[in-house]
Design a protein around this ligand. Structure first.
Ligand code: NAP
Length: 253
């Protein structure tokens, strides 16, 4: 059975690797094509948008995809909505692999906001030293608050840079440990962190480090995602795929 994984996450890569090892499925991993030097993947990759719901539905039909796995990032809401609509339209079974969100624990000082605009407001008028652990596309609203100093960490360089007088840029790809992130926050005398609630271990270091240093975290709440069958482990997707391929065989698909 042909399986299309919508990826761009650690989990998608892990799932692709596990399926490649089994050798029972013909797997293609789809990336949005945003990263200049994506990590090598264990299965064939296609890159770039499909052209909305219509384009994805046509891809599913034309490539005779037997099952679709939405393993995109929890903040990639458009592609997840498109996946739900396109799978329904093309009559292809869909499962979402979604990491559980981080839960606030004792000592966390989270200020939850619904957008990057609200995150800018939450910084307040007094100049602060801000760690922006957000993607390149998401940091632009912070240019409206040039009184703060920003430390920006992203996978690819921020180009053009933020138009503010005080910004430091780091390019790095996770995982990031708590110890390294704590050292980073201390070295740059950061007093507030802005983060998405990505879930998972790879980017939790800064959250644990902020807690240890008694720093507030302005946390962007997750966007609404379509109501589809969802699991949070690679193993559960594998079990679901076994079931999907057995029922496809029964139906003679
Ligand atoms: P998005 O806003 O939901 O998607 C925007 C458009 O990008 C989609 O409509 C689709 O274009 C294309 N697209 C997104 N993911 C794709 C995929 N896996 N394969 C093919 N096309 C894709 O998504 P985003 O926030 O820009 O994220 C893009 C990718 O980066 C995702 O794959 C996601 O897993 C990964 N990522 C995102 C974040 C984040 O915070 N958003 C963090 C880490 C990794 P068409 O409509 O033309 O098909």
């Amino acid at each position: 059975m042909k399986v299309l994984i919508l990826g761009g996450t650690t989990e998608a890569r892990a799932l692709a690797g596990a399926l490649a090892d089994q050798g029972r499925f013909a797997v293609t991993l789809s990336l949005a094509g945003r990263t200049a030097n994506p990590l090598p993947q264990p299965v064939p990759v296609r890159s770039g948008g499909f052209g909305g719901v219509e384009g994805l539905a046509a891809f599913l039909r034309d490539d005779k995809i037997g099952a679709l796995v939405d393993a995109t990032h929890p903040y990639a809401a458009t592609i997840s909505a498109n996946a739900a609509s396109a799978a329904a339209r093309a009559n292809v079974p869909l499962i979402a692999l979604r990491r559980a969100a981080w839960a606030k624990t004792g000592g966390d000082q989270w200020i939850e906001v619904a957008s990057t605009g609200e995150a800018v407001e939450a910084l307040g008028p007094v100049p602060r030293r801000v760690f922006l652990a957000l993607g390149r596309k998401e940091i632009e609203p912070f240019a409206t608050a040039p009184e703060h100093t920003y430390l920006v960490r992203s996978v690819d360089p921020v180009d053009p840079p933020l138009s503010v007088p005080h910004a430091i840029y780091l390019t790095a790809r996770g995982p990031f440990s708590e110890a390294d992130d704590r050292a980073l926050l201390e070295r740059h005398r950061i007093d507030v962190v802005v983060s998405k609630n990505s879930g998972g271990a790879a980017s939790y270091g800064k959250i644990a480090a902020a807690r240890a240093l008694h720093l507030p975290v302005i946390m962007l709440t997750r966007p609404a995602l379509p109501q589809v069958e969802s699991v949070d482990t690679v193993g559960e997707v594998m079990a679901w795929l076994d079931h999907a391929s057995a029922s496809a065989a029964t139906r003679g698909v």
